[in-house]
Every structure is written in structure tokens, then in C-alpha cells.
Design a protein. Sequence first.
Length: 186
Amino acid sequence: MSKIQKDEIVIAIKNLLKALRIDELQEFASTPELVSEFYSGFLAFLHEPPLDLPLYPVTNAHLENIVLRKIPFYSLCSHHLLPFFGTVSIVYRPDKDCVLGFSGIVRIVRYFSQRPTIQEVLANKIADDILHRIGNNTLIYIEINARQLCVEMRGVRVGGMDIFCSTSRNASSDWIQLAKATLATV
Ligand SMILES: [Zn+2]
């Protein structure tokens, strides 16, 4: 599996600075290396295999909804490589006698957000990954609130706007309403 080539990023940023006619200015002398360091670190999950996360057994008879509200994330839009960032909230009820650890779910959010993507795809990737791990009949509702610098710095240039999207799996409209109400009151 190919890995991120840090030296190629350095060359690419040197070329970008050259194209911008600022490559010979002293203040940009270390920029190619610093940018390469950032991208190779932030996007390190890109070519990593799926996360190996433990499951924890529970007594299903007493298991109600599990709620993780406002997990922070940072990502890059896949069209302009501009940041979008915000929070992911998750409500789920597993169909097996096991759950993911809370830190495991945070790691899933990080794994799928720290790559070029779009908000709607991110929500679906997280939902499908959780389902895959804890049972395909799991009820799940996910919402993502984000600021999109792609919208704020370019295009229509509307600043400070929250963009919301949600997705669900196996959930009735009644259960989704319950999940939304739970998130609103936690
Ligand atoms: Zn964009």
C-alpha cells in the first residue's frame, strides 16, 4: 500500500510558491518542509488499514441508547483542500451484546475525518463503520455540524454559517425523533 511521500509534498509546495512568485522570499524558506510535515501527519490515516478496535460485552436486555454528543473533528474538503470542522454527534443502539468503547468511536471519527472528504460522505462512512463493527441491525443516528471554509473563504463567502447534515441506519422516524430529542437534552 502506498504511503504519503513527504519529499514529493516538499517539491509540490516549492513549485506552488514558485508559481505564486514568492519562492525567493526569506519568510517562506521553511514553508515547504513545514507544510509537508503538516499534511503527512494530519493525513496519516489515508493509507492505513481499518482501525482495530475492541468490543465490550454488555447485557443487551438493559441496553438503551448510547449517546456521544459533540465529538470535535477537523477535515479538508476534497474539492479545494480547505478546512471544514465542527462536531459529530452519535446516537446508537447495538443489535448484539457488545458496544464500542467511547474512545474507539472518537478514533473512528478521527480516522474518517482526517482525510480529504465532504461532510455528507463523512457522516455515512462513520455510520457504516460502526454498523460493520457492532451489527448490521444496529439503530444509529449521526449528525454533523460544521463550518466550511470552502464556503466562507471562496464561492459565496458567507462567514460563520453552520452547515448541518445527518444520516441514519435501520431507524424509524419515531426513533430518529427520539435520538434528536436526546441530543438536544443531554
Ligand atoms: Zn471545497
